[in-house]
Design a protein around this ligand. Structure first.
Ligand SMILES: Cc1cc2nc3c(=O)[nH]c(=O)nc-3n(C[C@H](O)[C@H](O)[C@H](O)COP(=O)(O)O)c2cc1C
Length: 193
């Protein structure tokens, strides 16, 4: 099993990364092949809307820091996206990647019952951390992205959230959230048989 993790925070040992690293350590312990990308360390551009991936190519035309990340997600069985909430959104680092996943969609994605170039059946864990303790705040982020994950044929998507963490840069993820994240990856890997 291949598990790929994208860290969207500029803080490689921050709250979202702490949850993601627990997931990846658990996956490794269960024998999975793991790979972590710290997006903040990569140099890349957002989608250029050139539509090369819809006309002449079956992949993104850009050749930059995201090229190998896009390929790794394509090759993965389980994908872990982790990000803090910045201004009610995922970070620019992860959003930049998300826009580039437009290259996963086939030219007639809007009407095609199989809109994605990705193999179906991948599973996804979406990790979000936020300073605001109210779980009702920014609860719309995951459903918005999940709508697009479905286009890529993901078989299962799950959200792990830590709210009220990271004030003044403190790393204070509650143990129950870490255990929830650990259980989620255990479930995913068990389901793979
Ligand atoms: C630029 C910036 C914007 C932020 N915007 C929000 C926000 O809109 N809502 C919120 O609850 N927390 C916000 N926060 C707090 C972070 O989401 C929170 O500290 C998070 O746990 C940090 O995760 P990390 O340790 O993985 O980087 C913001 C922090 C920064 C630096």
């Amino acid at each position: 099993m291949k598990v790929v993790c994208l860290l969207g925070s500029p803080r490689p040992e921050g709250n979202s990364a702490t949850i993601a690293r627990r997931v990846m350590k658990t996956a490794e312990g269960l024998g999975a092949e793991t790979c972590v990308f710290e997006l903040n360390k990569l140099t890349f551009r957002g989608c250029q809307a050139c539509y090369a991936c819809k006309t002449t190519l079956d992949h993104c035309i850009l050749n930059d820091g995201l090229t190998k990340v896009l390929q790794a997600v394509k090759d993965a069985d389980i994908i872990v996206y982790a990000s803090p909430v910045y201004y009610g959104e995922i970070t620019a680092q992860l959003k930049g990647f998300m826009d580039r996943t437009f290259s996963y969609l086939v030219p007639d994605y809007a009407i095609n019952p199989q809109p994605s170039r990705l193999a179906p059946g991948k599973k996804l864990l979406f990790i979000l951390t936020q300073g605001h303790p109210d779980t009702g705040k920014f609860a719309n982020i995951f459903p918005r992205y999940d709508y697009f994950f479905k286009w890529n044929g993901f078989a299962e998507t799950r959200l792990i959230r830590a709210c009220g963490v990271g004030a003044q840069g403190v790393v204070n993820v509650p143990e129950d959230v870490l255990q929830e994240a650990e259980k989620a990856i255990r479930d995913y890997l068990a389901l793979e048989g």
